[in-house]
Structure formats: C-alpha cells, structure tokens
Design a protein around this ligand. Structure first.
Ligand code: 7RM
Length: 649
C-alpha cells in the first residue's frame, strides 16, 4: 500500500484555525488537544468519567469500564435514559422554548419543534407504544422519511427501553423483511409515503409487501400520515399514528435503563454475506455522540446545525438526533433531495435558516461541483461558520472547493472518519485546535487509540500504508453483531491481534495525520504496486473535465490487476476521442505511470448506494466484463444498472 494515497500525501497546504475561531472554541490549541488526548488514553476512567458527568444519570456508575476483549461494558451499574438526556434536562433551562428541530419538507412545508414541544410529542408517542404493548427490550423497526416524527419515534423507543432499528426509506420490501427476520421486531412504525424528487415513495406499501408472506413477528404497524396517498389498513394490525395519539396523555417518565441496555440495531453491509445488525447500547453511545458533537462541531446555543444525513444511516442517528439534542442544539432536518425543485435547494435552506454548521458527504460535494457554482452564488451563505465531511475520503480538490465556494474561505472544515460500528466520530480535526490538511481525516479523537499496522499487526512508521486498527475500547463502540457474537469477534477482533480491525487502509503522515485510502478491499495491487482506488479517483477528479470518477481493479494477466476508471464528465463536456488518452496522461502525471487506467469508460452517472457510496462491487463486475462490454465510447448509464441490481447496499 506504499503508494496508495500519495496524491493526498503530497498535499502541502495546511489550514490553521483562525485566532478568532480558536479563541471561541472549546479546544483552542494543538497543545490543549494533545494534553487532553494523552489523559484520555492514559486515564480513560478519569477522562470519560468527567465527560459522563455532564450527562444526567438516574443512578451513577460504579466502574467506568469493564473490558474483557472483545466485550466492553461502559459505566457499569449506571442507569440513564437517552431521551431524558436529549429532552427533559433541557426543559429545566432557557432551552425549554428553543428550537430542537427545524424541519422543511420537500414540497416546502416548514415546522419548528421546541424542546418542550418535542418532549411532549415523544412522551405521548411513548405512551402510544405502551398502549400497543411495546415493552422494554422489544425491537421496533422504523421505516420513515426525514420528518420530525422519525426522531419522535426513535426517542420514544429510547424513553421506554425499546430497541429501535431504523431502515432507510430507500430500502426495498425485501430488505425490510430480512431485517425484521433477523431482529425479530414486533412493531413497524412507518408513514403512508414520503417525498423524493417530487414523487411519493410508497413506504406503507413496501411494509405491506414485506409482511405479506410470512406470519412474522410483527404484531402492530403504526402509520403516520405524511403524503396523503392511499394505503391499505390491515384491521387488527395497522393503526394510525394520529388516532393513537388521541388516546394518550403526555405523562411518561423516562425509564431508568442500564448503561449497557440495547439502544439500537442498525444494519450495515459487510464485504460478504447478509447485512450485519450492528448493536449499540445506551450510556457509552450517548456519551461519545454527545462529546463529539460538543467538541468536533463545537456546538453553541446560537448555532443552527444541519447534518444532511438520513436517519436511516448511522450519521443520522448520531448527528441529526442523539448528539445534537444531547447538546441542546438546534438540529435542522430536510426531507428531500438536494436538487429539488432546483440544484440550489441546500443553499436556499442555509440562507433561509441562517445555518451556521453544515455537515455533509463528499459525494454530495462532488455533485454540487458538477452542477456549477452559479447555484451557490445566488445565495447568501455568510451565516456558515463551520463545515464537516463524512463518509468517504475527500479529495484535496473537493476539499478546496468546499472551503472556498461553500465556506467562503473562512470556515474550518472538519473531516470526520468513523463507521456504523464505531457509533461516533473517531478521527477528525478539532476545528479550533488542529490545523486541517485537505484530503486528510486528521488525528484521533479523545480516547481513540487508532494506529496503522502492517500485515503482521505491527505499527508502521510515517508514510507507510497499512490497516486502520483501534487498540483500546471506546465508549460508542459496537457491542456485538445482533444475535451473532462469534461473527462479531471474527469480523472485528480476529484480523489483528488485540485490536479492532476497521477494514480501512490508511497512511499517517509525519504529523500523525490519518490519510484514509478507503476499504482494504478497494486497494489495488498493480504489478506489485498498491494503489488506492480513491487516489486514482482523486487524480482523475483534479482534471478540469471530470466531475466524478470511480476506479476499480480487474484481473490482469501481466500486472495482477489492471485499473478501470469510470468517469463522469462535467456538464456540457463532450466525450472526445483524445480525452481518454489525456486523462491517462493526467493520472500518470499526478500519481505515476503505474496508476494510469488501462481502461476509461465514460458514464452518465455512477451507481451508488442510497447513502451515496459508490457500488464498487458492481463496478468491478462490469469492469471484469461480467455485465456489459463493448463500445466504451458511449456513455454508460450505470445508475440504471445499479437500480436493476438487487442487493443495493
Ligand atoms: C460514518 C459512515 C464507514 C466507512 C469507513 C470508511 C468510509 C467514513 C470517512 C471515510 C475517509 C472519512 N459510516 N469513511 N468516513 N473514509 N474519510 N471521513 O460513513 O459505516 O457507513 O461507512 O466509510 O471506509 O470504513 S459507514
């Protein structure tokens, strides 16, 4: 992996936080970060105990950590309730009438729920759950669009100790069924439909289809009326949210829950097999979601914070709902697509609500770049003070664009590396303390003992590639794969002795910054040279004609693997014969001749999962000649192929 991310390693620009930003930030200097990080590693009990005392506990813990690899218990003996921490405790302060959630529907409706109003809705809906026989420990599947009721449903489950499993609204009936089967959920909470690019996604119908054949474990389906589309109501099983709410009052004390009580299961795909139900528990998860929201986004009462992730992904759990609400922040939620009705929807929203902190994904950033700066120029984004990125490596070019065009050159960018499994941010650049380097995720968060190791599990030196591992337990770590402890141990704690194996490859530079190359299985070995697909993508992306590129390997008799690049050109640029050779030369220049793609295929769009990750396995099949071959000068519409492929995540 020695050359994997050289283009990012060659990036020399460093963006120090401004004096004004640092002065107002919680962590104000690199020295302060280092001092706190050392304490967090050497004396985790002291560090995390202090942080945890900022939360509300019904019973204090007796021990911060009990660790018997690979099983951790955080805050042993402690009792708390996540919904109490996100809601009730703010009602005792001036935040009582502060906006907890600002929401905009795709068609344009606007709603604001204050902390008091959100608390009331959550208490009432928790009583609806009880009325429908949901008990502590039951699994409840949530399949909803991005509306405040999705957060209400999550928080109501948390309030009574039911374990929620949110399924992204873009998933199919089959995925819902698989997740119900695996989690043995007893209830589904859904809506009639949700809006996406002007049309209605029939969520309730998908639930009906999922429940059609088997008797299933599902006893009840609660349906919130969102889109007004016709739905089937199965007598005895399906009930309307609004009707149920009429029967209940708003008194529902928060259930005291053990710190290790299961808060949620979130399904995520592994490299093989069926999706894994990643299990997160109460105290440790909430603590790290809270602490990272506080330190990484440096959230203030004045902030209007917007994380664009869907609640169907872990980012939506930790950074739309639990983290910001535990901080008492204002969290903005938007239901729909960024290009509805036009390409400037996000910038309209930022302008209208004076958003101050904006957290999105590189894949979205690349779309914005492709759509053109004119959409941004129409809007006043001067309210922004901090930007974030998550989900995949961000190329230095996209970073610079984000910094200059969205951030007006004044906002720090926090790149945040973490996973469904880690529950919360693990590697980042604390905005007032750690100078940012475009394309680099930064340094470990407090309590995170992340290093890079080689195939023998030994830590490597600067600029040498290897596997990202974490050598100590952290509060928001997954506790298991639901129902499959052996798989948990095998997947995460067996690859590298004594450490959690993240599945990512990375380098660290001389300053210890992590440059994430991507999943190990995305690393190519071309004639003995290892190349990060993201590196070649970055190189292609730095060519003025390229909007987006995805690179995969394909078997090559001579070199082991050959490089195939799928390239989406910027709007208005035509596929010219010379362009293919020009791009090859360009990659050769940026990285080295070895990285020159053997094959460049121009495409209309790239196949992506609903969370925006490029579907590399599909591309590999195509590159290997399994799906389509032939005329590579035509524009392949890979997004259509993606839709046809069944298991899309
Ligand atoms: C939060 C989330 C996890 C995988 C992870 C990485 C990649 C995420 C970054 C990143 C480079 C980042 N959870 N990844 N963040 N790569 N820089 N800042 O995305 O479970 O869906 O995905 O995403 O490969 O292993 S996830």
């Amino acid at each position: 992996m020695s050359t994997a991310i050289e283009s990012n390693l060659k990036e020399k620009r460093v963006f120090k936080p401004t004096k004004e930003f640092s002065k107002a930030a919680r962590i104000q200097s690199l020295a302060q970060y280092r001092e706190m990080w050392e304490e967090s590693i050497e004396r985790p009990d002291k560090f995390w105990g202090r942080e945890a005392s900022e939360l509300t506990w019904q019973t204090k813990w007796s021990k911060v950590l009990d660790w018997k690899e690979p099983y951790a218990q955080w805050f042993v003996g402690g009792k708390l309730n996540v919904s109490e921490n996100c809601l009730d405790r703010h009602l005792l302060t001036a935040r009582k009438n502060k906006a907890a959630i600002i929401w905009e529907g795709e068609p344009g409706e606007k709603r604001v729920l204050t902390y008091q109003q959100l608390h009331r809705e959550v208490c009432r809906f928790a009583n609806v759950l009880k009325r429908n026989k949901i008990k502590k420990g039951d699994r409840v599947l949530i399949y909803m669009p991005m509306i405040p009721e999705a957060a209400v449903a999550m928080l109501a489950c948390a309030r009574i100790g039911a374990t929620h499993s949110v399924v992204f609204g873009g998933f199919s009936a089959d995925s819902i069924r698989d997740r119900i089967t695996d989690s043995k959920a007893v209830m589904v909470i859904t809506t009639d439909g949700g809006y996406r690019r002007g049309s209605i996604v029939p969520l309730k119908k998908n639930v009906d289809d999922a429940l059609r054949d088997d008797p299933q474990s599902i006893k009840k389906v609660i349906v919130f009326r969102r889109a007004g589309n016709d739905v089937h109501i199965e007598e005895g099983r399906d009930v309307w949210w609004h009707r149920e709410m009429d029967y209940v009052n708003a008194v529902c004390p928060a259930e005291p829950l053990d710190s290790e009580h299961p808060l949620f299961i979130l399904y995520t795909s592994g490299s093989t097999g069926k999706p894994k139900g990643i299990l997160h528990t109460t105290g440790g998860y909430l603590l790290q979601a809270y602490a990272t929201s506080k330190y990484v986004f440096d959230l203030r009462d004045e902030d209007v914070y917007w994380c664009t992730a869907d609640i169907g992904w872990v980012t939506g759990h930790s950074y739309v709902v639990y983290g910001p609400l535990a901080c008492g922040a204002t969290s903005l939620m938007y239901e729909g697509a960024p290009n509805w009705p036009e390409n400037d929807r996000f910038w309209r929203i930022i302008e209208e609500y004076a958003v101050t902190v904006f957290y999105t994904a590189p894949t979205a950033i690349r779309a914005f770049i492709r759509w053109g700066d004119q959409w941004i120029k129409k809007h006043d984004l001067s309210s922004l003070r901090l930007l974030g990125s998550v989900g995949e490596p961000i190329s230095p070019d996209a970073w610079m664009w984000y910094h200059n065009v969205i951030g007006g050159g004044r906002c720090p960018i926090v790149d945040t590396w973490w996973q469904t499994e880690t529950g919360a941010i693990m590697i980042t650049t604390l905005p007032g303390a750690i100078p940012a380097k475009p394309g680099s995720a930064g340094l470990p968060f407090f309590g995170v003992d992340a290093v890079i190791v080689d195939d023998d599990g030994k830590e490597v030196g600067p600029n040498v590639g290897g596997k990202v591992v974490i050598r100590k337990p952290w509060p928001s770590m997954l506790r298991s794969i639901y129902g499959d402890k052996p798989r948990y141990k095998k997947t995460y704690w067996s690859e590298v002795k004594g450490a959690y194996f993240a599945g990512d490859g990375a380098h660290r530079d001389k300053d210890g910054y992590f440059l994430i190359a991507g999943r190990i299985d995305d690393v190519l070995n071309v004639a003995g040279h290892r190349l990060g697909t993201s590196e070649i993508e970055g190189a292609l992306g730095s060519h003025p004609a390229v909007a987006e590129a995805a690179v995969v390997g394909r078997p090559d008799e001579l070199k082991g693997q050959g490089v195939v690049a799928f390239v989406v050109l910027k709007g208005g640029i035509a596929v010219e014969p010379h362009l293919r050779e020009e791009l090859r030369q360009h990659v050769g220049q940026v990285i080295g001749p070895i990285a020159k793609p053997d094959d460049i295929r121009f495409a209309e769009g790239l196949p992506k999962t609903r969370s925006g990750k490029i579907m590399r396995r599909l591309l590999k099949e195509i590159a290997g000649g399994k799906a389509i071959t032939g005329d590579t000068t035509t524009l392949e519409d890979l997004s259509i192929i993606a839709k046809l492929s069944s298991n899309s995540d």
